[in-house]
Design a protein around this ligand. Sequence first.
Ligand code: 6PG
Length: 481
Amino acid sequence: MAAHFGMIGLGTMGSNLVLNVADHGFEACGYDRDPAQQKKLMEEAGDRPVTTAATLPDFVKALKTPRVIMLLVPAGKIVDNVINDLLPLVQKGDIIIDGGNSHFVDTDRRYLLLQNSGVHFIGMGVSGGEEGARLGPSLMPGGNKESYELVKDVLSAIAAKTDEGPCVAFIGNTAAGHYTKMVHNGIEYAMMQLISEVYGILKSAGQLSNTEFHELFKSWNKSVLQSFLIEITADIFLKKDEELKEDLVDFILDKAKQKGTGMWTSQSAMDLNVSIPTIDAAVSMRYLSALKDERVKNSKLYPVSGNGKVGSKEQLIALCQNALHFGFLLSYGQGLQLLNVASAQYNYAIDIAEIIRVWKGGCIIRSGLLNDLRKAYLQEKTLSNIISSPLFVPVLVSLRKDVAALVKVAIDHQLPLASLSASLNYFDAYITGRLPANLIQAQRDFFGAHTYERLDKEGVFHTEWVDKPPVVTSTQKPKEE
Ligand code: 6PG
């Protein structure tokens, strides 16, 4: 039996994808350097059309041509090593898909390398975790349309399905797929941070128990906040530690780890001069959370004195629901704006409405809100940011006052709402016609003759701000002779 689909890397994600492929009637062959992983896959596969190969050359020989070979190995050097090992074994027209969370700059480099050797290369974002891989992930393949057409059938078969079809599409040129997955993760970080901020304030100022949190998140999942992350959060509050028979969430160390994709999103946004402060704050708060020992020491130096008015529990919950709605919308808004700018800069030719469709199922940031976001981009393909979409103006206006009220409560209680207040400041700045940035321009021109533009006339101007330039005094002592 020659296989339609090959997978290198049989960790849980790789094995689950192989089983998913086989469940859809495609023969699949798996390869992993660790024979134990191959054995585990074969046990799980039962009588599905799955094989494994003992060596890489045997694996390549087991595949039908043109060969479709997907890699699910850790991002970084290992991807280069596997590609180098494969290159002498594959032939022109074969297709290599990198399904890991690779950095888009690496994907660009690999795309060029393989293009020169006549092998198709697809950098594909895969979202949905282990369960998504098994039952239907959201897939974000990029590269070129011709390569995508060769694998479209199998990818469409294994992807999650929604009312708008399989959660896969040709995302765009070269590294567009991995860039899009990176931005997906930036939004993921922001949504998770926002949820944790609301949890923090409801726990401290609202005194909610874990049972109440479970019920609240369950009910929110039936509201406008319906989403994968809200759904799993409801379940988290139910889980008991098996030994202690107590709520597990209360025993988890408050240091949030990361593998770097959120940081890459912030770095790329800085490179492209795009403001994404809700995401930036989420990345930054992961770093701050890691400073546990310092935080504990500092908490003794600065005892919390905050204790403002909270209102009823119900009122606080209502503020939190609206604040999450606001924060989620702006997280998506910032991520989509970044995608738009990156697409123009790097010639990805991304269709934002199509990306939103692909995110509607299978991925970590799937939510009911994506339906309206998609409508906004279908109505206005060149929309720069959802803040200016007529669909969102009334929504954001009505949510803003509750976000402001919640931020005030948080300030009174000394509870950090980094991503939420960043969202509020971002929104307020984005809807302000005249910002105080004129003063920054004047300062730049004062000390560095950097020039400025004017409101009342065209051109570039420089002013001698004082008659005599200020004297710079050195704080260093003169050297003794
Ligand atoms: C997904 C996720 C996944 C990511 C994890 C962990 O879409 O399935 O984004 O790809 O690796 O969420 O990310 P961090 O370790 O950086 O939190």
